[in-house]
Design a binder for this molecule. Structure first.
Ligand code: SF4
Ligand code: SF4
Length: 536
């Protein structure tokens, strides 16, 4: 663990019921998006600190531009974060209720990937765009026609925003006379607003698209001409092109200044290079940590229309918590027994939502905890207890009662089902299928531990199913990965005990795929039959 994170967890304590939410927002800006967001929040009556933009930017009264400041650390939780900033070598601490990442992406031309370097005839897309913006002309043509070739996504898939930029640059070139444009690509993605139309128009204007299955072309920059040699995969022919201009595509990297925010959300590093997880569960601008929001390139989005929508989504997300305190959001986080806790920090590292901190003792923030229960299962000292919802029995009691109600002739199958995925699928299946299992609904598949599975077998289950979200779409970021691992541990334990491990399985079941759940139950029934036949 880095020192910064260690310091943060020891310094901060969770939100206390009754405390007000701080009416201040720290916006990590750097370009027009940060400025627009800050002004928009300012117009909503929020106090805004804008970091990353130049001094002298036009801002509303309630926006303070902290030019030259850099965010170094973030401590705390939604409603009361502490941001440590460095300005001209001096460290300062600011208390804010929310932090929004709205920095521009780092644009890196892919010269290296193609073995090219920048010359007057070879340039990055951004360079061509700025020449076009300032009305500068590109190199004079060598013949009657000006030939411009664009490399786009030859190393993988094209990025829709970049494809749109290429098509717009081509449009501007085509406004001049006798320009022939070529686009060399591998997998074109046109899934963005208006992009398909732009693509069709460009083709109609004479742009030629070459699709590559291999790495693309060889390049030779001679004194007379720049030569591109490639094989057309459709015709199978070796071809040559001597473009007057070769435009290289660019990689859009997450802003480097995201670091302190990534540290504040332990699951971020594993999930995505940007601040957002790939999971569709974190809708729009929300991240896995309550109160930290991400806009545009900070969440891997680059098109202007979506970024404009992001700005409005931030306003709504922030206002959701203001003016009231967060008390209404408190769901009862896990209780951590200080007498058992050895401060190993396992729970801090594993909580996908950055909800646990240390301030004299381990505590979970009620407003950040989603009650997934992962910490309770992972604590090596069993110091964490997540109370079942009011009125609900202990897990083993639920297993016992469920199994005792198994119908005549039915197999005894215990199914641990994640409340946010597989349990929803169960609601859509017919009663005859529902009667085939003893469902144990858990808040997150990550709370299923091998002990639960083995306990179910001990209580008389013939087979056990653990079912959670699909990887990459897990409500608790990696609860489903933990569940699959732990199911495997239980299978190994059974195998060592001479019991068929196929009687226990993990399955990913989305809420809208009840058929997968039905198939899985049938699969387990067949496993029970096979095991029974073997033992006869
Ligand atoms: S995992 Fe358990 S023992 Fe370790 S810090 Fe958390 S509560 Fe304490
Ligand atoms: S229950 Fe889940 S979200 Fe809450 S503190 Fe534990 S690991 Fe974090």
């Amino acid at each position: 663990m880095n020192e910064q994170l260690a310091e943060s967890i020891f310094l901060c304590r969770p939100f206390q019921p009754g405390e007000p939410v701080l009416n201040r927002v720290l916006v990590m800006g750097g370009d027009q998006t940060g400025l627009e967001l800050a002004n928009r929040l300012g117009r909503e009556g929020l106090e805004v600190l804008l970091v990353g933009n130049e001094a002298g930017a036009q801002v509303s009264e309630s926006v303070k531009v902290m030019a030259g400041s850099v965010l170094e650390e973030v401590h705390g939780f939604v409603g009361r974060f502490e941001a440590v900033l460095r300005t001209a070598g001096e460290r300062s601490r600011e208390r804010v209720g929310f932090i929004v990442a709205a920095q521009p992406a780092e644009i890196v031309p892919k010269y290296d990937a193609y073995g090219l370097s920048k010359t007057p005839r070879v340039m990055a897309l951004s360079d061509l765009e700025s020449m076009q913006r300032f009305g500068d002309s590109v190199e004079p043509r060598r013949g009657d026609w000006f030939h411009a070739a664009f490399l786009l996504g030859l190393q993988g898939e094209s990025e829709p925003t970049e494809f749109a930029r290429v098509l717009k640059a081509i449009q501007r070139l085509q406004n001049e006379e006798r320009v022939q444009c070529y686009v060399f690509t591998r997998n074109l993605k046109v899934a963005a607003s208006g992009l398909e139309r732009l693509y069709r128009e460009s083709r109609e204007q004479g742009t030629v698209f070459f699709k590559f299955d291999t790495d693309g072309s060889a390049f030779e920059d001679g004194p007379e001409e720049f030569l591109m040699t490639f094989k057309d995969p459709l015709l199978g022919l070796e071809m040559e092109l001597a473009p007057d201009l070769l435009v290289v595509d660019e990689r859009l990297n997450p802003p480097r200044s995201l670091g302190p925010l990534v540290d504040a959300i332990p699951s971020s590093r594993a999930a995505s290079p940007f601040l957002k997880h790939d999971s569709t569960r974190f809708a729009g601008v929300e991240t896995a940590k309550a109160g930290i929001l991400a806009v545009g390139p900070s969440r891997g989005v680059f098109d202007a229309e979506t970024i404009a929508g992001d700005i409005e989504a931030v306003v709504l997300a922030v206002k959701k918590h203001i003016p009231d305190s967060l008390n209404s959001a408190l769901a009862g986080p896990p209780e951590i027994d200080p007498a058992r806790c050895t401060i190993c920090l396992t729970c801090v590292r594993l909580c996908p939502h950055g909800a646990i901190s240390f301030h004299k003792r381990a505590e979970a923030d009620p407003a950040s905890c989603v009650r997934c229960g992962i910490c309770a299962v992972e604590c090596p000292m069993q110091a964490i207890r997540l109370e079942p919802p009011a009125g609900e029995e202990d897990l083993i009691e639920r297993i016992r009662r469920g199994l005792s109600n198994t119908g005549e002739g039915a197999k005894r199958i215990v199914a641990f089902l994640c409340a946010r995925s597989a349990a929803q699928a169960l609601e859509s299946v017919g009663m005859p299928i529902r009667r085939k299992i003893t469902p144990i609904i858990v808040p997150c598949a990550g709370t299923i531990d091998p002990g639960h599975i083995l306990a179910a077998m001990e209580e008389g289950a013939q087979a056990v199913l653990a079912a959670g979200c699909y990887k990459g779409n897990c409500a608790s970021v990696y609860g489903t990965v933990l569940a699959a691992e732990r199911t495997n541990q239980a299978r190994h334990a059974l195998q060592e005990a001479g019991i068929d491990p196929d009687l226990v399985m993990f399955a990913s079941v989305a809420g809208n795929t009840p058929a997968t759940l039905v198939q899985t139950i049938r699969h387990l029934e067949a496993a029970v039959d096979r095991a029974f036949a073997k033992n006869k």
